[in-house]
Design a protein around this ligand. Structure first.
Ligand code: ADP
Ligand code: ZN
Length: 296
């Protein structure tokens, strides 16, 4: 194992993944726990790191990338907490405190998507860039990234998954699955939204199903909104829904059409295949991203 060892937690709504390692080529330990209740999962995470320390020696730090909403304000008394999540049992849960106290190591904390973006920046598809967007299309839709070399943190943190898009009710009568907004991006284009609209899991819909034309329409609108707002040097699209590999070319084609040659950059006009991409770290973007948070 080369280099000092760090710990990582990818806290997801379905599963927690933990890792100890030094980078993509130096993974010492990895585990996965169901997202039961905090009373169950947090001790499992702490035990995992204790056992890893007993075997490999002291960790130099731990990074946690979490589903949200989370409190990232270092001055807040609830920094490091998952705040008002609709996920039962998880509202007002301190993630950072118990890990820091049990292991006595520095703990870095960010949203799951910002963590994945940090990982993509260090080792993946955003290497060498200072302005890019990372979006995941899975159970939910979330986005993070960097602008001018700074991670996107603001008043709270971006909620790109809840941007509003035009929906033509004649083409798409589905009113959306977001409990807060109905037909926001997540309400229209997440995995569960696809399943609710068509009555079949997104995993099982054929490549020529209308579902995918609509999905590509919505995701390309979202990409164009981000391109025109943040001027990213690259847009990375990850998450389970993007496993449908025919979707990416459909999105690229629509992004070009929607932009209509307006953004005059060769990165877009001549090389869209390198501009809208899937994560360089694949499905490990989240957990390696949390490791990258710790290294940073
Ligand atoms: P999570 O968002 O929970 O971290 P994923 O990114 O895997 O996990 O997203 C899960 C969602 O993605 C589910 O709604 C599922 O239907 C959808 N999904 C997973 N794999 C595929 C696939 N191969 N094709 C289409 N949709 C998929
Ligand atoms: Zn919403």
């Amino acid at each position: 194992m080369s280099g000092p060892l760090y710990g990582a937690v990818e806290a997801g709504g379905t599963k927690f993944i933990t890792m100890v390692g030094s980078g993509p080529d130096g993974i010492a330990e990895q585990a996965r726990f169901d997202t039961a209740t905090p009373e169950v999962v947090i001790p499992q995470v702490v035990d995992f790191f204790r056992q890893a320390q007993a075997k490999h020696g002291r960790l130099h730090g731990v990074g946690i990338g979490s589903f949200g909403p989370v409190d990232l304000d270092l001055k807040s008394s609830t920094y490091g907490y998952i705040t008002a999540t609709p996920k039962p049992g998880w509202s007002n849960t301190d993630l950072v405190g118990p890990v820091r106290e049990a292991l006595d190591v520095p703990v870095a904390f960010d949203t799951d998507v910002n963590a994945a973006a940090v990982g993509e920046h260090r080792w993946g598809a955003a290497k060498g860039l200072d302005t890019f967007v990372y979006m995941t299309i899975g159970t939910g839709i979330g986005g993070g990234g960097m602008v001018g070399g700074q991670m996107l943190h603001g008043l709270v943190h971006p909620e790109m998954g809840h941007m509003r898009l035009p929906r033509n009710p004649e083409v798409d009568p589905f009113t959306g699955a977001c409990p807060f907004h109905g037909d926001c991006l997540e309400g229209l284009a997440s995995g569960p939204a696809i399943e609710k609209r068509w009555g079949t899991s997104a995993k099982l819909l054929d490549a020529d199903h209308d579902a995918w034309r609509l999905e590509a329409d919505y995701l390309s609108l979202a990409v164009v909104n981000l391109v025109t707002t943040l001027s990213p040097q690259r847009v990375i699209l990850g998450g389970g829904v993007m496993h449908q590999s025919f979707l990416l070319p459909m999105i690229r084609e629509r992004v070009l059409k929607l932009l209509n040659d307006y953004v005059q950059s060769p990165a877009i006009l001549n090389d869209i295949d390198s501009y809208v991409v899937t994560p360089g770290l694949g499905d490990k973007a989240g957990i390696l991203g949390s490791l990258a948070l710790a290294l940073d």
